[in-house]
Write a protein that binds this ligand. Structure first.
Ligand SMILES: N[C@@H](CCC(=O)N[C@@H](CS)C(=O)NCC(=O)O)C(=O)O
Length: 214
């Protein structure tokens, strides 16, 4: 299996946590010709990163890839055994992809202090705070044991890592719900999460340095 990734992409780190947890062997490469290039678009029409190439299959979207790998390699399952468990797990994935990360993404054009728009940062801060509070409540109600790593966790935990890193250098202080703090600690008990964060953190810090934010 080959995955096309870019250095500091959050969704690539999300995918690598899943691959690590499932103990799947993969190779990683930057998009041929660069992200958005004609060469890459010829392979991956959406230009999306990450993309998976598995034999004749080329697949994009980290969540579609996660679902595919779960079906193809169920030996280490990342979806619960019950219908409700699977639904709550997918709810967590979708929340991370459509609420939490988009709130963080509002900051991306304003990471560099030289070009930062303080009104945009205030808006992003309010959105991130709102989603952290929502997540805090959702974690308590999901009924998903933190002793296992579920498919909804990689995207959630890696987005929380970015938010924690941005708190201070990019966005003002946040009020972290206790359940979110506990969840972060619980997730680092999983080797796949720990190993990916250890490997990925220098990329995250490098991004902040590149933008002059630290
Ligand atoms: N929903 C997508 C989001 C992935 C995404 O936003 N990837 C960014 C890099 S982190 C990307 O592809 N950027 C290049 C582009 O949109 O052309 C997923 O889960 O894979």
């Amino acid at each position: 299996m080959l995955i096309y990734t870019s250095d500091h992409s959050l969704y690539c780190a999300k995918l690598r946590i899943l691959l690590r947890h499932k103990k799947l062997i993969f190779q990683e490469a930057p998009p041929p010709g660069g992200g958005g290039s004609q060469k890459y678009l010829a392979i991956v029409p959406s230009g999306n990163i990450p993309a998976l190439v598995d034999g004749d299959l080329t697949l994009t979207d980290s969540e579609a890839i996660a679902e595919y790998l779960e079906e193809k390699h169920p030996e280490i399952p990342m979806l619960p055994a019950t219908v409700i468990g699977r639904a709550k797990c997918r709810e967590r994935s979708r929340f991370a992809d459509t609420r939490l990360e988009p709130a963080l993404r509002l900051t991306f054009a304003h990471v560099d202090p030289e070009t930062r728009d303080s009104a945009a940062i205030s808006l992003a801060h309010a959105q991130i705070q709102k989603q952290l509070i929502a997540l805090g409540h959702m974690l308590g109600r999901a009924g998903l044991s933190p002793d296992r790593l579920w498919m909804g966790d990689p995207g959630t935990i890696i987005t929380l890592e970015w938010i924690a890193l941005f708190e201070g250098p990019v966005v003002p202080k946040l009020d972290w719900p206790a359940s979110v703090r506990t969840y972060q600690k619980q997730m680092t008990q999983h080797a796949a999460v720990r190993d990916e964060i250890d490997a990925y953190r220098p990329e995250m810090l490098g991004y902040l340095q590149e933008k002059g934010a630290v």
